[in-house]
Write a protein that binds this ligand. Structure first.
Ligand SMILES: Nc1ncnc2c1ncn2[C@@H]1O[C@H](COP(=O)(O)OP(=O)(O)OP(=O)(O)O)[C@@H](O)[C@H]1O
Ligand SMILES: [Mg+2]
Length: 571
């Protein structure tokens, strides 16, 4: 048995030196007691497990070849060229177990790191470098090899990095450091198995390029059934095959949950009938929170859709009612709706495409209606009692049109909602526009939207073309540009905002050379300019009460003016 290494490298222990107290088998949790110890006991993902075994068995052979300077041919199909493997998949399907069992069965010692213990980039870097680099590694290699020499091995070691997606909360560097360590020559004598739940998580992206991508999927029900039957038989537990099916179904094939439920039952010494199995399984499943990326698939995958009642579907929204609608809106377009497939049978693909478009249109309409409801919930009236209706319009109803299979099957990628990014961009644009409007208010007493639509295109054309065409050497070179700026009380910073608000793809400021930019700034700073603001008082003198009240009224009036503005649709 291995222990999880603590944050210090020296604490990363090899399998043999661990002195964990031995718990008698009868007292052990079933998940421990029936933990696979042989490859044949791992249920499901047989092909992937087989490939990992093959990879680890051949690892030394290829590592030696690499060390001898044989050129690496990167061939995605030949996994022997990968220095590392990334096992990913939902919780409780045996990822960690597989890593250990495979390592042991191939005659490797395990050095395990639980990556969530290693919170920062620095600690990770120090620890792994130390471990790979350290003199103590002579324990594993009799002599430290010179660059082109094959190491003489005594014990083979595999490094298991568990839960790499939990690594370094708030610091994205963790996975990148690990990836660069895997790439490093130093690490070439040690195979690395990384384990994570969600391969789509941003945090593990750096690892994807250096690791073989092994995506574990949930074990099919029929394979689980026989394993559970065997365990129930050994434990003399009275449970009918139908009850097992119910358990498998309601926990969505989670063997770890099933084993936990059954062992609790065995203690209570009751007979489990199918109804009881269903309700317990469902309760236990509900207690386990869905991950954000599971939300779209648990609604839009047809298998999962068909199993659920409307209330259960609506419950998924309540797992995260802020994010669920956004995740659906982002990803619904990636699905191949079942309802469009029907027309395939008639052999007319065009109908299928048209049908698909219709379904997509219906889904997007529903999402749009959901948005209107959302505005009431989060708007002035704060009508929170509308949440259930919002759940139907924003999630359940769109999914009812779209439900099917994601394009690309199990390798299909869901995206994180892009709304967040767009929203902050909108906010930034609003702020910039507000700034420009404040500058221009003596010249253009109008709304933001008017400025955005009519003033900015004309101003941009005038300012940027005169700026770009001004000769660096000519006398009074930036006269025209600066005159326009002054006429509208624009500052040098306003020009950046103006450029960012250009509708064309290319920002006009990108066409201005650095020399031109510096020259304009210099020329501008040399002169004095009209300003629509009263300069900030630098003295610490306190404002009189009357002055403060006037300032507050002016400020209020300014803000009120903005309230009337409508943001234009393009944003
Ligand atoms: N494929 C499997 N075959 C047999 N037993 C399994 C399998 N998957 C899980 N189990 C049982 O569940 C327990 C937990 O598995 P394990 O810790 O490997 O899951 P995991 O995928 O690493 O989960 P997590 O993502 O939460 O770390 C094991 O000890 C074992 O008893
Ligand atoms: Mg695990």
């Amino acid at each position: 048995m291995t222990t999880t290494a603590s944050t210090s490298a020296s604490a990363a222990k090899s399998t043999s030196n661990t002195s964990t107290p031995v718990i008698p088998l009868t007292n052990q949790l079933w998940t421990e007691k029936y933990k696979p110890t042989k490859i044949s006991e791992i249920v499901g993902n047989k092909i992937l497990v087989g490939r990992i075994v093959e990879w680890l068995e051949n690892w030394q052979k290829y590592a030696d070849a690499r060390a001898k300077g044989i050129k690496e041919r990167y061939d995605k199909n030949n996994m022997s060229f990968f220095r590392s493997i990334l096992i990913s998949g939902p919780p409780g399907i045996g990822k960690t177990t597989t890593a250990h069992v495979v390592a042991e069965s191939c005659g490797y010692e395990v050095l395990e790191f639980n990556a969530s213990d290693v919170r920062s980039r620095k600690v990770l870097e120090d620890n792994i470098s130390e471990m790979v680099d350290n003199r103590t590694m002579t324990e594993f290699f009799v002599a430290r090899p010179k660059d082109n020499e094959v190491p003489k091995k005594t014990k083979k070691v595999v490094l298991i990095m568990d839960e790499v997606d939990g690594m370094t909360s708030g610091d994205r560097g963790g996975a990148a450091v690990l990836a660069s360590l895997i790439r490093k020559t130093k690490a070439r004598y040690i195979p690395v198995i990384c384990v994570c739940n969600d391969v789509r998580s941003q945090k593990v992206q750096p690892l994807i390029n250096v690791c073989f991508d092994a995506r574990f999927t949930k074990t099919p029900a029929n394979q689980l059934r026989s394993r559970i039957m065997t365990i129930a038989f050994r434990e003399k537990l009275k449970i009918s095959p139908l009850a097992i099916d119910q358990l498998v179904d309601s926990t969505q094939n989670d063997i770890r949950q099933i084993l936990n439920i059954l062992s609790t039952y065995q203690v209570a010494d009751e007979v489990m009938d199918p109804n009881k199995a269903k309700s317990i399984g469902e309760k236990s499943f509900k207690d386990s929170q869905l991950q954000l990326f599971d939300i779209p698939s648990s609604l839009m995958n047809s298998e999962s859709w068909d199993k659920k009642s409307i209330n259960e579907k609506s419950d998924i929204y309540f797992q995260d009612y802020m994010m669920a609608p956004l995740m659906i809106a982002e990803n619904y377009i990636k699905y191949e709706p079942d309802r469009a497939n029907l027309s395939n049978n008639m052999g007319n693909p065009r109908i299928t495409e048209a049908m698909k478009l219709k379904l997509m249109a219906s889904a997007s309409e529903s999402i749009a209606d959901g948005d209107i409801i959302d505005a009431t919930i989060h708007g002035r009236t704060q009508d929170w009692s509308l949440l259930p209706i919002h759940s139907i319009m924003s999630c359940v109803r769109p999914a009812s049109f779209i439900k099917g299979e994601i394009k690309g099957g199990s390798y299909g990628r869901l995206n994180f909602t892009s709304w967040m990014g767009q929203n902050s961009k909108t906010e930034k644009n609003k702020r910039q526009l507000h700034g420009v409007k404040t500058h221009m208010r003596f010249k253009a007493a109008t709304t933001r939207s008017e400025i955005r639509r009519h003033y900015i295109p004309a101003l941009n054309k005038r300012i940027f073309s005169s700026w770009k065409n001004a000769s660096l050497k000519a006398f009074g070179k930036y006269k025209e540009t600066i005159e326009t700026m002054d006429a509208y009380y624009l500052s040098r910073e306003s020009l950046d905002s103006l450029s960012e608000m250009e509708i064309n793809k290319n920002q006009p400021i990108s066409e201005i050379s650095t020399a031109q930019k510096t020259a304009l700034t210099r020329a501008y700073n040399k002169m004095s300019h009209p300003s629509p603001f009263k300069k900030e008082e630098t003295s610490t003198k306190k404002m009189s009460a009357a002055a403060a009240a006037t300032a507050a009224i002016i400020k209020d009036a300014d803000e009120l003016g903005d309230d009337g503005d409508e943001m234009i649709e393009e944003w």
